[in-house]
Design a protein around this ligand. Structure first.
Ligand code: HEM
Length: 255
């Protein structure tokens, strides 16, 4: 991927029309398969300064694919009046320095931290052990199992990396499912019991949290089932999954 920055200087009377032109140009830009994402920002301290950032799949994809493709004419038609206002138009390579801030809480924090995941797994495995469909799979369960799975879930949802440092991480977890021959009814029951436990211990019930939570559980249980089948050879070394809010970050009414 490559990032193109285009800096503009727009005189005061033209700014409204400039932003409106880019709102229209955004339509063909968004339709271009060479474009990953884009953002036009106006300078708060210097209102005439604008920066357009476009992430392209590659420099070649931009210069040859997009410029030679069907979406370019419509894009160009909107922005042509502002070409003379360009102060810089260059491609920048990415560096490893990238990250997200903490303005949005992790699912771990939103759930209530380590104590919430402990409460959840204690309630959950009590139900599991008493259940006729999944119970037999856990007949020889280590009494520390709920605490271990709590560490796993906490780490996946953005908490401390204790499962990785204290329990062997992904490698250990995946080995626990190998050969278990989990069936689809057992997978579905596992989910149902976990969601019952989430209600029982009063994990946050807001739609955004529960949607993200269920999304992980749906993903993870499908992998667990596949990895547990006879002859399955899951990768034994893979990165720890990290789950976030997805497309629906937490709803926080404006104060
Ligand atoms: C999101 C889905 C799942 C996650 C995150 C998960 C997590 C884990 C973890 C972390 C362990 C190892 C715990 C340790 O370090 O001691 C484990 C073990 C195990 N899991 Fe899962 N699991 C999932 C789905 C399932 C499903 C669907 C089943 C069966 C219906 C299942 C059955 C088992 C069993 C039987 C063990 C071994 C328990 C023991 O004997 O101590 N898991 N799981």
């Amino acid at each position: 991927m490559i990032i193109e920055y285009i800096r503009y200087r727009i005189a005061e009377p033209d700014r409204e029309a400039f932003e409106a032109a880019y709102a229209r140009a955004a339509v063909p830009l968004a339709a271009a398969p060479e474009c990953v994402d884009f953002e036009l920002a106006g300078c708060a301290e210097d209102p005439g300064a604008y920066i357009l950032r476009i992430t392209w799949t590659s420099q070649k994809a931009h210069l040859e694919g997009f410029r030679g493709g069907p979406h370019f004419p419509g894009f160009l038609a909107e922005i042509t009046p502002y070409v003379n206002a360009i102060e810089e138009m260059r491609h920048y390579r990415r560096t490893p320095v990238v990250g997200a801030g903490s303005a949005v809480p992790t699912l771990y924090d939103w759930a209530g931290g380590a104590e919430a995941f402990d409460r959840l797994t204690v309630a959950f495995y009590a139900k599991v052990l008493a259940d006729d469909v999944v119970g037999p799979l856990f007949a020889g369960m280590d009494p520390e199992h709920p605490a271990h799975v709590a560490l796993w879930l906490a780490e996946v949802f953005g908490g401390p990396n204790r499962y990785s440092t204290e329990r062997g991480g992904y490698h250990h977890m995946v080995g626990q499912h190998v050969g278990k021959s989990i069936t689809e009814p057992q997978r579905r029951r596992w989910i149902n019991l976990l969601l019952d436990a989430a209600d029982e211990v009063e994990l946050p019930a807001d739609p955004e949290f529960r949607a993200a939570f269920v999304s992980y559980v749906e993903w993870g249980t499908r992998l667990a089932l596949a990895n547990s089948q006879p002859g399955a050879r899951p990768p034994l070394h893979a990165p720890m999954p990290h789950w976030g809010w997805g497309v629906a970050p937490p709803y926080r009414p404006a104060s």
